[in-house]
Ligand binder design. Structure first.
Ligand SMILES: [Ca+2]
Ligand SMILES: [Ca+2]
Length: 618
């Protein structure tokens, strides 16, 4: 500050350009040197001159500080780079002439060095004459007169310094010395299909990833001024691009700048080049038999864990049986001749028709015609309503293998790279378009010992009873478990999905439609519900609670998967109790569906169970 005052006392008799002549010439690197506190330039609040080549034209940038109110003209600015360091020059004074600056001019600029929210710039300054002992008259009217940075064009056409090549990670790790410089970053992409560049005439940030800042990590924003031609452009979906941009920093609040608020600043759409499909993950070119995906003995995960796979098979459940959420997505089990697998996605609202031979490749929907859309494998494909995905249909699924709490599932590869589900017709090798698998008959003991083989597979375990008669089914619309056992008292878990339901005569009947205590009131054995036996069909499952071994279990698809109810008690005992009619399966009465009460639901369900048994499962 002292130095500033000395300089001012020398300069006060001159104004304008003459004033600039007296500002000390420094390199941009010197301006970039941090002060002792580390929160601004070593030349903070001083008037200096720097020389460099413009890397942007003027009039690109919106106000970057709170100018005096009311009102002030929109700020204009440009960037300067001398091949060693870069600097933002910015003014809100209409007299600055910054608008006439074009990219690629060698200029000498004099002005005030100032940091604002982490961004260092050369900007307008108060007329030094007003600080003198006898200030001129103009200094006494209203706010103190300000002067814009003084610009001398030394060369009308100069070579713009080459951008500094780096990765997004490298950029985040740069220091103050890189701010204001032109940088180039190869292979940037968005990991969110719903993300859009700002609409024309508006500004905003666009979040970027690359091979060093992966999806799932905090992305790096590029700020797009509303005055650039980037606003209003369309980022081709599932594409990566090479990018040239200004290294920038901006953050709110005080404190040392550190690495806070590193962002890029867009210059022009021409800086986004070489759009091409992303290479970070490729879809497999061959299908894998489902059993191959399973881990071997003693392994937690198979060799496909975290990888993208392609499977084909037939649905063994409805597509909504194991849904990700109440609002959308799909969840179902699929089976081939080798094994079964649970498929889940929270991102899709349609499935695809198989891509025809020689289908057009694409990067976005706009490149596809005839109602087709750009599919996950970057080819144009027709879409099919989700409703066509029924139990028994043949499908191809491309997704990522992910095991959570012991349960292996096929899920979306990434947020912006959802699972691909194609409804297939009959296959070339005699595969039928529809196929209903008979449940594999398994004992509770086999399920415990060889559980992984049966995971995802439609199975039936016979002769089960409630392991503890005091158990309650999970509350309505919630996932949960209860325990069943066989006559050897081998116990397995029943894993209830909140969408384990079936449509029956207009009403949805769910395993856990509403909470109920067992046994139901209509059972004459009173609270001895465990004295009844039933067979249970469902998808073989595993859930690891905390650490240790997984709990093997079975996921019923609907109430009708509980079948063949009968009394465990000796015949004479049953006769004594006067029981003739077996109780309904453990399902919720009342259902939240209003009309059906507990007892009437029981009556409705009995003929239903008989019908299903007659029809058979295979
Ligand atoms: Ca800074
Ligand atoms: Ca497992």
């Amino acid at each position: 500050m002292k130095r500033f005052m000395v300089m001012v006392s020398v300069l006060l008799v001159w104004g304008g350009e003459a004033l600039a002549q007296e500002m000390p010439e420094v390199s941009i690197r010197q301006v970039r040197t941090l002060n002792g506190e580390g929160d601004g330039s070593a030349l903070e609040a001083e008037l200096v001159r720097v020389t460099g080549v413009t890397t942007t034209g003027g009039r690109q940038y919106a106000p970057t500080s709170n100018c005096d109110s009311p009102p002030c003209t929109p700020g204009v600015g440009f960037y300067l780079d001398d091949g060693e360091a870069g600097l933002f020059v910015w003014s809100y004074l209409p007299s600055a002439g910054i608008e006439t600056i074009t990219a690629g001019q060698r200029v000498r600029v004099g002005g005030l060095i100032r940091s604002f929210q982490g961004r260092l710039m050369m900007t307008d300054f108060i007329d030094p004459a007003c600080s003198s002992d006898s200030p001129p008259e103009r200094c006494s009217e209203g706010s103190l007169p300000r002067l814009a940075p003084v610009i001398e064009v030394l060369e009308a056409e100069a070579a713009i310094p080459a951008p500094v090549e780096m990765s997004l990670r490298g950029f985040l790790e740069t220091s103050e010395s890189m701010e204001g410089r032109l940088v180039s970053i190869a292979g940037v992409f968005s990991d969110d299909l719903s993300q859009r560049l700002p609409r024309a005439g508006t500004g905003g940030s666009f979040q970027l990833h690359d091979s060093t800042v992966l999806p799932g990590e905090t992305p790096v924003p590029i700020y797009i001024e509303k005055t650039t031609d980037v606003a209003g452009q369309v980022w081709p979906e599932r594409s990566q691009a090479d990018l040239v941009a200004i290294a920038d920093q901006t953050f709110r609040g005080g404190g040392a700048p550190g690495d806070n608020g590193r962002q890029l600043r867009a210059r022009t759409w021409a800086d986004f080049s070489n759009f091409r499909p992303r290479e970070d993950e490729q879809w497999p070119q061959e299908r894998t038999a489902i059993a191959t995906l399973r881990p071997g003995d003693g392994e937690a995960n198979g060799s496909f864990e975290g990888k993208r796979v392609w499977i084909e098979g037939w649905l063994t459940t409805e597509y909504t049986t194991f849904r990700e959420s109440r609002t959308g997505g799909v969840g179902f089990a699929v089976q081939d001749d080798s094994g079964g697998l649970i498929v889940r996605s929270s991102t899709i609202d349609h499935i695809w028709a198989p891509a025809p031979e020689g289908a057009e490749s694409c990067q976005s929907n706009t490149e596809c015609s005839g109602g087709e859309r750009c599919g996950p494998r970057s080819v144009c494909q027709a879409i099919v309503d989700l409703e066509e995905l029924r139990s028994g249909v043949r499908v191809r699924v491309l997704g990522k293998i992910e095991t959570r709490r012991g349960r292996m599932t096929l899920v979306d590869a990434r947020l912006d790279d959802p699972i691909l589900i194609e409804k297939l017709g009959a296959g070339g090798e005699g595969e039928p378009a529809e196929r209903v698998f008979a449940p594999t008959l398994v004992t509770a003991r086999q399920l415990l010992i060889d559980g992984e083989v049966y995971e995802g597979v439609l199975i039936t375990v016979a002769d089960l009873h409630l392991a503890d008669s005091n158990q309650q089914l999970p509350r309505s619309g919630q996932n949960g478990t209860f325990s069943v056992g066989d006559e050897e008292n081998v116990r397995i878990g029943v894993h209830v999905e909140r969408f384990a339901c079936m449509d029956e005569e207009g009403a949805q009947v769910c395993v856990n439609r509403s909470a109920m205590s067992l046994p139901p009131e209509s059972f004459s054995g009173e609270d001895q519900w465990d004295l009844f036996q039933f067979d249970l069909t469902g998808i073989g499952d595993e859930i690891v609670e905390g650490g240790g071994a997984g709990q093997r279990g079975i996921m019923p698809r609907s109430p009708s998967d509980f079948s063949n109810f009968r009394d465990r008690r000796p015949a004479e005992e049953v006769a004594d109790a006067g029981v003739v009619v077996p109780p309904p399966p453990p399902r919720g009465g009342g259902c939240g569906c209003g009309a059906i009460g507990l007892e009437s639901a029981a009556i409705l369900l009995l003929p239903l169970l008989r019908r299903r048994r007659k029809r058979g499962c295979s």
